[in-house]
Write a protein that binds this ligand. Structure first.
Ligand code: FES
Length: 148
């Protein structure tokens, strides 16, 4: 018999699936006073009257655009009368979220169906904040985003 049995191992600490440090830092889209606003795009340059149409029909109109702000690709989304800015590259395998289906406050990645809440970046099936989201505002016809 062997008396030198290894000590019982400590249980592994619980780890997030697909840890995403950026998302954990940025799963709150509340504006921050210490961050500057960056122009994402001008609605007036995309389509004449677009800003007015979205404002007049917030419950029925939607809008999605992939845009580069700084070095970050974002999916900028107008849905249910609100603007959202979510990392445009899906945490799973890099799918383009701006090409996903938007409904019920969520965007579903077109590649394998991972779904994220627009307001928090939380993946709906795991409940984890896997996708970074950013503060966004409309300033006249200009859409502006805060990046860390
Ligand atoms: S790349 Fe988005 S679900 Fe797979």
């Amino acid at each position: 018999m062997n008396d030198s049995q290894p000590p019982p191992s400590e249980p592994e600490p619980k780890r997030d699936l697909y840890p995403n440090e950026l998302a954990q830092q940025n799963h709150n889209a509340q504006p921050r006073p210490d961050l500057p606003w960056h122009a994402a795009f001008d609605l007036a340059e995309i389509e004449a009257g677009l800003a007015e149409r979205l404002a007049a029909n917030p419950d029925t109109e939607s809008f999605v655009r992939e845009t580069l702000v700084g070095d970050r690709i974002l999916a900028v989304i107008f849905h249910a009368g609100q603007w959202f800015a979510i990392d445009g590259i899906c945490t799973h395998q890099g799918g383009p979220l701006a090409e996903g289906h938007v409904a019920d406050g969520c965007v579903t990645c077109p590649w394998h169906g991972w779904q994220y809440e627009l307001a928090s970046g939380t993946q709906t099936s795991s409940g984890q904040p896997l996708q970074a989201v950013f503060p966004i505002r409309q300033n006249g016809t200009l859409i502006e985003v805060q990046l860390p």
